[in-house]
Design a protein. Structure first.
Length: 704
């Protein structure tokens, strides 16, 4: 632990994952005190959470994660408020700038689980020191004091705000009361459904995004991009654009031609006035049909089925899908000869800083990255191609810029979920599955462009090969179901210039979806009800519990009109599990509507059940979209879709008329939840559609 006093601020910092008990008695170091003027004790805090209590009685936690709508700032504020006995309204959660060491990775649904222990230990230690400070001031036994509402209370009713105690607390080296976090039985904040701490700012426009940042001299910037992926400039005539009002600069970049102007209106007008002839990209002769054919051919063979068994088989196709976060990608960049400073939303700020430094020819120590909140991500902001581009434009234009990718830019040139092909064979004999084989093929990049390469995801039920997400527990090696011998392999189709990126739930969003479709088809082949079959075949009691909850809450098996159907699917990952029941109206099979969604989840301790419900609702919309409506077409090397007018993500009219989420009580450590529901929701939507129409859906989205 490190305790610092800078002016009137008490700072308590803890390394993420540290053992706080070993540091509670740490003595102040006079050598460290001389490192900075006004600091009593300091140390290396490169990998640390930082908690400050200011003289104004604000509790400030500098968070080494990014808020992209998932509610992590609210969850961490609740952890801090719980252990500090502070009012939630007194807790502020600014986002930490890019650091030089440690991890600032936001992904793999691991933010809450990785911060739960360190954040509570941090706040509990701060509380112990503040109580000790009050005891010294009042000359009372520390054990007689209580804390509430961001203050210490004496037995006679006297109170002292935390802010008024910071100077004394900074001198405390051995707290007089316990600094251990509370047991769950004493939690008053954690586990209580809580409105987001930034809710008012979000709905009133006070929330600040990269587009709201005002840097002196930073001018609006847009880029003219090639019509095909990976296209190059053959000729450029920018004379008309340069002569237009408000235009400050026109510069070439790797992705096209950037226009810097006084307003975005001026920038877009000048961009459209550029006269560019383009050389086609490397995929100009390729369209969806050929890509699907290559993927089908790249799936490894399934091998020989067990003798004497009956086979249930299926082949499935998934289209490319854009992340399409609601806030378009925006970066403010100020690159000078000797330094650079950038403002943008990123899930990987340290990697971004290092890559930007290399691209502009500066040492990383001279590049400062300010992490901004993001208006959605779903994995898109793991990559920072847009920030790299802004830095290079700023350097070339020799001025600060505010570069914005339009919606069309991101749909047609941004990262996307890879198209995949799946081949599955389940073999059953004597009423049980004795073998399950799942082989896949996925589009991959034959080269890595600027930014991050595509990131891996969770493993499927059967496949042993493939990339693995670096954070969060994966499904059991022995499988989610008692399906005998599990096997599988993976192949790939390399396509130059296809920009791929991790999409919410990554590999599990397709592999586990088709496996849940196959479970329904296996049950049908055995003459069993899909839920009853799962209940007797699932290996995990916890998964059976969420399955039973979703089935009972959703009235599984109830009578429905013709053309309507129910579907069920389950998923286990990130130390959590979920079941989803979907009801669909497919009386018009070409225009189906999900009418009801019921989810049940066990994520261990749910820090904020209201936030968890929002995450599950979001994954339901993702499942509806990617199964029924939303995909990207490749036409002769170009992405056809360019806006929400033709990238058909679910709108309000496609959302369930009824949604409910059931959070199972648990005393376990928090698991992951942000991506958990996608495979279950997608699988349940597909299964509901199959039951409603009597078909076997194989190609997704269905309207592709």
């Amino acid at each position: 632990m490190v305790y610092s006093l800078a002016a009137t601020t008490l700072t308590v910092a803890a390394p993420i994952g540290c053992d706080t008990s070993s540091a509670e008695g740490a003595e102040r170091s006079t050598a460290d005190a001389s490192a900075r003027a006004g600091v009593v004790v300091t140390g290396d805090d490169d990998e640390m959470l930082v908690l400050e209590v200011t003289a104004a009685n604000r509790v400030v936690v500098r968070l080494p994660r990014v808020e992209v709508g998932q509610g992590v700032t609210t969850a961490v504020a609740m952890m801090i408020a719980e252990e500090l006995d502070a009012r939630l309204a007194d807790v502020d959660i600014p986002l930490a700038d890019a650091r030089t060491k440690g991890s600032q990775y936001t992904g793999g649904s691991n933010s809450v689980s990785s911060l739960y222990g360190p954040a509570r230990a941090l706040a509990a230690t701060a509380r112990a020191r503040l109580v000790t400070a009050a005891a010294r001031r009042w000359r009372l036994p520390a054990r007689t004091l209580r804390t509430r509402n961001t203050m210490v209370v004496a037995p006679d009713g006297r109170t002292a705000t935390y802010g008024s105690l910071t100077a004394i607390a900074a001198q405390v080296t051995r707290p007089a009361v316990s600094s251990k976090p509370k047991p769950a039985s004493r939690h008053k904040v954690i586990g209580k459904p809580t409105t987001r701490i930034d809710a008012r700012d979000l709905v009133t426009g006070e929330a600040q995004y990269a587009g709201d940042v005002r840097v002196p001299g930073a001018k609006p910037t847009v880029v003219a991009r090639p019509p095909t992926l990976g296209g190059k400039i053959r000729t450029l005539d920018d004379r008309a654009a340069r002569a237009m009002p408000g235009v400050r600069a026109v510069v070439r970049v790797a992705g096209g031609v950037a226009v810097v102007a006084d307003t975005f209106h001026h920038a877009f007008k000048a961009r459209d006035a550029l006269r560019i002839t383009w050389a086609p990209g490397p995929l100009a002769a390729l369209s969806d049909t050929a890509i699907r054919s290559r993927l089908r051919a790249a799936v490894p063979p399934l091998g020989t089925a067990p003798s004497g068994s009956t086979q249930v088989t299926g082949e499935f196709e998934f289209a490319f899908v854009s992340h399409a976060p609601m806030e378009v990608l925006t970066t403010v960049a100020d690159v000078r000869a000797d330094r650079a400073e950038l403002w943008f939303s990123t899930q990987t700020p340290m990697d971004a800083r290092d890559s930007i430094a290399a691209a502009v020819g500066l040492p990383p120590s001279k590049v400062k990255v300010h992490v901004m909140r993001g208006g959605g991500s779903f994995g898109r902001r793991l990559n920072f191609d847009f920030a790299l581009e802004a830095a290079l434009v700023s350097k070339a234009a020799r001025r600060p810029v505010k570069l914005m990718w339009s919606r069309s830019d991101d749909l047609r040139h941004g990262q996307m979920r890879a198209a995949t092909h799946h081949r599955i064979r389940a073999s059953h004999a004597g009423g049980r599955v004795v073998s399950f084989v799942h082989s896949t093929a996925s589009v991959s990049e034959s080269w890595e462009g600027e930014g991050l390469a595509a990131q891996g995801g969770g493993r499927s039920l059967a496949a042993r090969a493939g990339r693995v997400r670096e954070a969060g527990p994966l499904p059991s090696d022995s499988g989610l179901y008692n399906f005998g011998q599990l096997s599988g392999d993976s192949g790939g189709v390399e396509l130059e210039a296809i920009p791929l990126g991790a999409w919410r739930s990554v590999d599990s969003g397709t592999t586990r979806t088709v496996e849940e479709i196959m479970v329904d088809e296996i049950a049908r082949g055995l003459g069993k009800d899909p839920v009853a079959f799962r209940r007797t075949t699932l290996r995990s009691k916890t998964v059976r519990t969420v399955l039973d909850k979703a089935a009972s809450a959703g009235s599984w098996g109830r009578a429905l009109p013709a053309g309507h159907g129910q579907g069920m699917a389950v998923h286990e990952e990130y130390g959590s599990c979920v079941a989803c029941l979907i009801e669909i109206d497919a009386t018009d099979p070409r225009n189906p509507r999900v009418t009801r969604a019921v989810m049940a989840a066990d994520v261990g301790t749910a820090v904020n059940p209201r936030g968890l419900e929002a995450q599950l609702m979001g994954t339901t919309i993702d499942g509806i979209s990617t199964i029924l409506r939303a995909g990207l077409h490749i036409d002769r090397g170009a992405v056809r879709e360019g806006s929400f007018a033709d990238f058909h993500y679910a709108r309000q009219r496609h959302a369930p008329l009824h949604f409910e989420a059931h959070i199972m009580p648990s005393k376990g450590e928090p698991g992951g939840a942000g991506e958990l529901g996608v495979p279950a929701a997608a699988g349940a939507v597909a299964n509901a559609y199959a039951r409603a129409t009597g078909t076997k859906p194989r190609r997704f989205p269905l309207n592709f």
